[in-house]
Design a protein around this ligand. Structure first.
Ligand code: AMP
Length: 397
């Protein structure tokens, strides 16, 4: 990852370092219920503090509409950060102006300060140069460790990198390295697995992948749309019949780009959309009219495993079936475990991400065995869609 400056390139001792982090954590009654996002940025905060920086954290929280709203204050989160990094965290009730300047002025080397929600000022989401300037007044250097917010060109995610020397934090660095291995400069053959509910939400993603990967496995509800477009009768399955033309276009685009599309060859059919509903495997020529496809079938699982065996690099978004309900998690779990085994054996670089994908891999108990699992929802999907990420592009040397 030579085209980004990292903390290895920064001399931070005694400097005021503005660090953009993702603290958009789930809360209930003022208490953080899942500290995963804080844990992810902890190494960067701790490293900067140990190196003697004055660490000033910037983050957004929720979607305040009209200036400060107490329910979106970051103040309670300062305590949660302190707990995770095992170091005291000061708090200032504004990101700019006197309150921020006073708190920053009091910092000693190694101290950590969290500023209030960046979105309490309209200039944040507008990337207003005046707001950027006011933020920058409190910093000598800028570190972005919030990949998950990098698809947005906001003042604290993009603007600051234009006016201060800018570096990728450790989490950002790890994410960018993993993504580079996934689709940037991957070892071929590259196989993508895309599943989930609907084609309509993943058109850009499919369109980009067919041009970048050697084989594309399509599963989940969206596979039904592709099958129906080829004349398969899918009964009462989730299916976007109006997108048959789009599905055929994607297949033609794949063909032109020498990307093999791997669709299910059989299906697990149930008659009720609920856990442990009675089910049966069917070939594609025999899907019952009154049934619903809730998972890919056993022969399809074998095909997916063979595709994984052929791959040196794998990218994955979306489950192969309705994995939240047993036994319709079977294909997703089997494929995930196979990817994990191939990765552990050193045959595969595996990168996965997107909300449901992370829970599916956790459900399969293998998230830690993938090369990289991104918890950045929107930013990860936009990366898979091949869209530029402003917060990343601006960090390029
Ligand atoms: P997405 O957010 O697009 O990745 O979709 C994930 C959702 O797709 C999960 O909630 C799955 O239960 C659902 N899903 C996957 N396969 C099917 C299927 N064959 N029928 C209905 N829902 C499905």
């Amino acid at each position: 990852m030579t085209n980004f400056k990292t903390l290895d390139d920064a001399d931070v001792a005694g400097k005021r370092v503005l660090v953009r982090v993702d603290l958009n954590v789930p809360m209930s009654d003022g208490v953080v219920t899942d500290a995963t996002r804080i844990e992810r940025v902890a190494p960067t905060i701790q490293e900067l503090s140990k190196k003697g920086a004055k660490v000033i954290l910037l983050a957004h929280f929720g979607r305040p509409k009209d200036g400060p709203e107490s329910q979106f204050s970051l103040e309670p989160i300062a305590h949660a950060v302190a707990k995770v990094i095992d170091h005291s965290v000061h708090f200032a009730a504004d990101t700019i102006g006197e309150k921020a300047a006073e708190a920053v002025g009091k910092l000693k080397n190694g101290d950590v300060l969290l500023l209030e929600n960046t979105r309490f000022h309209k200039g944040e989401e507008k990337n207003d140069p005046e707001y950027v300037k006011a933020l920058a007044a409190n910093g000598d250097l800028y570190v972005n460790d919030a990949f998950s917010a990098a698809h947005r060109a906001h003042a604290s995610t993009e603007g600051l990198a234009r006016v201060l020397p800018a570096y990728a934090g450790r989490t950002m660095e790890a994410e960018l390295k993993a993504l580079e291995k996934g689709l940037g400069a991957p070892k071929r053959p590259v196989v993508a697995i895309v599943g989930g509910a609907k084609v309509s939400s993943k058109l850009d993603l499919l369109g980009n992948l067919v041009e970048k990967v050697d084989a594309l496995v399509i599963g989940g509800g969206m596979a039904n749309t592709f099958l129906a477009a080829q004349g398969v009768k899918v009964g009462k399955s989730l299916c976007e019949h109006d997108l048959a033309g789009t599905a055929r276009e994607i297949m033609a685009k794949a063909n032109a780009a020498n990307c093999t599309i791997i669709l299910p060859v059989d299906a697990i059919v149930a008659w009720h959309f609920q856990a442990n509903a009675p089910f049966q495997a069917y070939g594609l020529d025999a899907i019952p009219e009154d049934g619903m496809i809730l998972d890919v079938g056993p022969q399809s699982i074998e095909r997916v495993k063979a595709a994984i065996d052929d791959a040196s690099t794998l990218v994955w978004n979306g489950p192969l079936g309705a994995f939240e309900m047993t036994p319709f998690d079977k294909a997703t779990v089997a494929a995930a475990r196979h990817v994990a085994e191939r990765t552990k054996a050193g045959h595969l670089v595996s990168v996965a991400g997107g909300g449901d994908t992370v829970s599916a891999l956790n459900h399969a108990g293998v998230a830690d065995d993938f090369s990289y699992v991104s918890t950045a929802g929107g930013a990860f999907l936009e990366w898979m869609e091949g869209k530029p990420l402003p917060g990343v592009d601006v960090l390029k040397k």
